[in-house]
Design a protein around this ligand. Sequence first.
Ligand SMILES: NC(=O)c1ccc[n+]([C@@H]2O[C@H](COP(=O)([O-])OP(=O)(O)OC[C@H]3O[C@@H](n4cnc5c(N)ncnc54)[C@H](O)[C@@H]3O)[C@@H](O)[C@H]2O)c1
Length: 266
Amino acid sequence: MLLQGKRVLVTGVLTPSSLPFAAARQAQQDGADVVLTSFGRALRLTERTAARLSPKPAILELDVTRDDDFAELAGELKRREWQLDGIVHGVAFAPAEALGGAFLGTPWEAAAMALRISAYSLKQLVVALEPLIPAAGGSVVTLDFDASQAWPGYDWMGVSKAALESVVRYLAQYLGPRRIRVNAVSAGPVYTTSAKGIPGFSTFPEIFAKQAPLGWDARDSDPVGKATVALLSDYFPATTGEIVHVDGGYHAVGAARGSAAGDPAE
Ligand SMILES: NC(=O)c1ccc[n+]([C@@H]2O[C@H](COP(=O)([O-])OP(=O)(O)OC[C@H]3O[C@@H](n4cnc5c(N)ncnc54)[C@H](O)[C@@H]3O)[C@@H](O)[C@H]2O)c1
């Protein structure tokens, strides 16, 4: 059990399709004590989803747009005398006017909201919770979508993911001496509540399924859960500032599977 004896805080669990849910479930299966965060109206859904986990984890409040919430979350964990060995950052949001082809007309306020919730929040979360991570160190994993290229309609969320990848590297730089590793899992497209809110998203799964060397199933979040747990575990002791692609290998190839002469898939 990779996470036996470790406590992991997982943000961003909304429904059973949420990628952070896959991480939480896998972490429990690997022996971790899991605690979740949620906020506002999402809390009710998170409660219902958490009931599918065994044991049902505690859910603490965290709206990443409220600065006070970070200190209150840290305070609550401290009151419970809970140390954290791992943190999963699975929070993202962009307003409709920052997505779906609106890129050129997106006002700063909408772009700023996407960047704050989807990238800056990682820095805030880690800084707030750093005192709860033991001196021996810990592991932080965030959930990313490949920001090395532009995607149709992903717009300011794409820019936010580019920022997130950079935040990962800077946190890795500043927190390495504290033995805190910070990495990203760059996932292929998975049908989740957030994903369905991205106009044009529905074309991504088919493209990944066709082009990824290993193929890609956009209804299967297990590979993301497993990779996240691996990074949380002691099996990546010398890896930080890294982006691990969990996308069937899509990012690595430039042409469709089966397009080359003699392709074994033909
Ligand atoms: N679904 C995909 O195809 C895909 C691919 C790669 C990466 N990701 C990333 O995975 C992460 C989880 O997203 P998901 O696709 O599982 O969708 P999801 O909708 O299930 O999760 C998004 C979460 O962000 C939370 N959130 C939004 N605003 C917040 C705020 N102000 N404070 C706190 N939490 C807030 C929501 O409550 C929700 O739990 C995101 O970072 C997303 O970008 C998703």
